[in-house]
Design a protein around this ligand. Structure first.
Ligand SMILES: O=C(O)c1ccc[n+]([C@@H]2O[C@H](COP(=O)([O-])O)[C@@H](O)[C@H]2O)c1
Ligand SMILES: Cc1cc2nc[nH]c2cc1C
Length: 348
């Protein structure tokens, strides 16, 4: 069973947050002049219960899985690309490999449901099933498979946390998963599908209408319960989305800040929040995705993205790119001089 009683999430440490707020006003800068960086520093202190929070080394877990809904012609790329990209992650050639290396992250790639057999020494093989069912014709997976995928994510994140990571970035690879994510988001938000559907990997305009209709029809048949995360995942979900949600629950349970990536990852964050609302206290949204549904997703999550670079790649790439901002917030606290120590006047 997966419900909120399975997870214990510590409350944010507000006292440490106040302490950090006061300390920041003693640093050699006009009070509040580092803007959102100051809010971020306080927030990281509250999450980690440490007035000098640490976010290094970060961990990056990419969950890969296939989507039966691709049979309906909803992506610009063939579904085989999911497995091919897993091989690219293993070879170190994907964007997330480059950015993970840039931020000295511990990188892991998990096959949680690719519809092909993939081998590789560094690959974590935790296949729950060979891709989801085509949810316009059948349920995406069983409730047990949805719970198992959440558990896989939880365990993999726990393992990285035990190895010493101090911030968690989740990424995904799954051709068709913007369709899946839009369906999940429509179920959770109750919003019209047309407001949530976008180009994904780059489908033409006329195909967007088809993608929208596929989702609308499927939701009418499947009728996911908007308050039951496992019901939603089993009816219209994705294995990598369940895995990311599980990993987020593990991070929050351990006071590890979660740097949320783009559209698919933010939808996984909403799934995790349905399971335990407190998990959202540990989330920072890295960037604004080009996918129109992302606006609705971040609004529901009540978060403002740190950056907007017009990204729509996934893989955790936007989160890895934004990670140095978190580092700046922590280094500001750790290394800046105070007015007193530097002999700078703090009064007119
Ligand atoms: O994260 C995002 O904001 C994002 C937006 C559009 C596409 N993607 C990536 O593109 C793939 C899904 O696109 P699609 O068109 O096949 O549904 C999947 O592998 C995602 O990682 C990711
Ligand atoms: C090449 C490629 C790389 C990706 N990375 C995440 N989603 C992707 C989709 C495609 C098509």
């Amino acid at each position: 069973m997966t419900n909120d009683s399975n997870y214990t999430m510590p409350a944010l440490d507000k006292d440490t947050g106040h302490q950090v707020n006061e300390y920041m006003n003693t640093l050699t800068k006009p009070p509040g002049s580092l803007g959102r960086l100051e809010e971020l520093a306080r927030n990281l202190a509250e999450m980690t219960s440490n007035p000098f929070p640490i976010v290094t080394p970060p961990g990056v877990i990419v969950f890969a899985a296939d989507h039966g809904i691709t049979d309906e012609g909803v992506s610009a790329f063939p579904k085989e690309v999911t497995g091919q990209m897993v091989k690219n992650f293993l070879a170190g050639g994907a964007a997330i490999n480059v950015f993970s290396k840039q931020i000295s992250a511990q990188f892991e790639i998990v096959d949680i449901g690719v519809a092909a057999d993939i081998e590789g020494e560094a690959l974590i093989s935790k296949k729950v099933r060979y891709g989801t069912g085509n949810f316009s014709k059948e349920n995406a997976m069983t409730r047990e498979e949805a719970e198992k995928a959440i558990e896989v994510g939880f365990v993999e994140a726990e393992k990285l946390i035990q190895k010493g990571i101090k911030c968690l970035i989740l990424g995904e690879m799954g051709i068709g998963n913007t369709t899946t994510s839009s369906a999940i988001l429509a179920a959770i938000s109750g919003k019209e599908v047309h407001a949530l559907v976008g180009f994904g990997t780059g489908i033409p305009k006329d195909k967007i209408i088809h993608k929208q209709q596929v989702i609308e029809e499927a939701l009418k048949i499947r009728k996911p319960n908007p308050t039951d995360a496992i019901d939603i995942l089993s009816k219209v979900g994705g294995l990598e989305i369940a895995g990311m949600a599980g990993a987020m629950l593990a991070a929050a349970s351990n006071r590890i800040p979660i740097l949320v990536d783009g559209f698919i990852c933010t939808v996984a964050a909403l799934v995790a929040k349905l399971i335990n609302a407190d998990v959202a206290n540990y989330m920072i949204v890295s960037h604004r995705s080009v996918e129109p549904g992302h606006q609705t997703a971040i609004k529901l999550l009540e978060k403002e993205p740190l950056i907007d670079l017009g990204l729509r790649l996934g893989e955790g790439s936007g989160a890895a790119i934004a990670f140095p901002i978190l580092q700046s917030a922590t280094l500001m606290l750790k290394e800046m001089a105070t007015f007193t120590s530097a002999g700078v006047s703090d009064k007119a």
